[in-house]
Design a protein around this ligand. Sequence first.
Ligand code: SAM
Length: 363
Amino acid sequence: MAKVVPIADLRVTRDATLVGATVQEVTPTGLLADNRGRALRDLRISVTDRCNFRCVYCMPKDVYGHDYPFLPHSQLLTFEEIARLARVFKAHGVEKIRLTGGEPLLRKNLERLIAMLADIGGLDLTLTTNGSALSANARALKAAGLNRITVSLDALDDSIFRAMNDVDFPVTKVLEGIDAAAEAGLSPVKVNMVVKRGMNDHQILPMARHFKGSGHILRFIEYMDVGHTNGWRLDDVIPSEEVVRIIGREMPLAPVDANYTGEVAERWRYTDGGGEIGVISSVTQAFCSDCTRARLSTDGKLYTCLFATTGYDLRALLRESDEDAPIGNYLAAIWLQRADRYSEIRSANTVALPKVEMSYIGG
Ligand code: SAM
């Protein structure tokens, strides 16, 4: 495995400050646009920084060992706090919320949070999971108001999958979870496969063959330089173009228009009617220019980019007062000055910059 750089816990880095901006009263119109004209539309919420997998490229065991200082419960946002923030974000334009982590299904009674978010109304609710607890929970998640689900699965071959999750978790259980989600009505289920050269690239075709015609949408994600623990190198990235070429040679593909502006996956359909796949080219084709996403860490810090180094502390505001307006004003001030475009400027020099781990900020 590539050299792992142990992190000094990046969570204790300073909070971001609003450079040159004053927090003014902003009436929520749902029409906030940032410094580069990008609207605020999506919010990803990390509901826990813990995970039961130790995927070698995300939470490697030698960093996230038994003594790893995960956040204590008191520092996590409560469900009530998350729902309160969701209302504020919605007023300022958010239409879609994705619950993630860590492994979101490790957070106890998650359906209760989903029901609270569904009660707000008008939000597209979705969740990203490793699928390990999905067969047991799919129906309850759907009943609580979850609209859709994305399951991460990096290999179909059981021994490769066990080695990648590094906790010896069998692939059959995840496949059962995917079926349970579809049966519960959380379809089409999206299946995300991160492709890393030399690790699982030979699984591209078996995965494509398996999910073709299943009604699930398999999406291939370029391996990214998130955080510092995975020893990322550009050479490890398999460009999406290559993925499309590999699959297209055996199962011909044709491009499909995006569902909406800002959709991260580029869509391709099997020309024989076997459904579609997606490719997410986070490294080779940056999609910063229409990125409408904000991220909320497990302990309530707002990040305006997956590659941001510091977050804005919303939890302090939540716990300071019952009033929502100051939180909305702060959010507006942050979004109005947002200028992030990390993936557009990614280079050999940016790889070493301080970054926050994905399990904390939410994948
Ligand atoms: N535990 C959940 C799961 O497994 O889906 C949610 C959190 S996980 C961090 C979210 C997604 O991020 C997973 O699909 C994972 O494969 C992906 N991911 C983690 N590290 C990545 C990296 N370096 N590059 C690309 N995707 C990554």
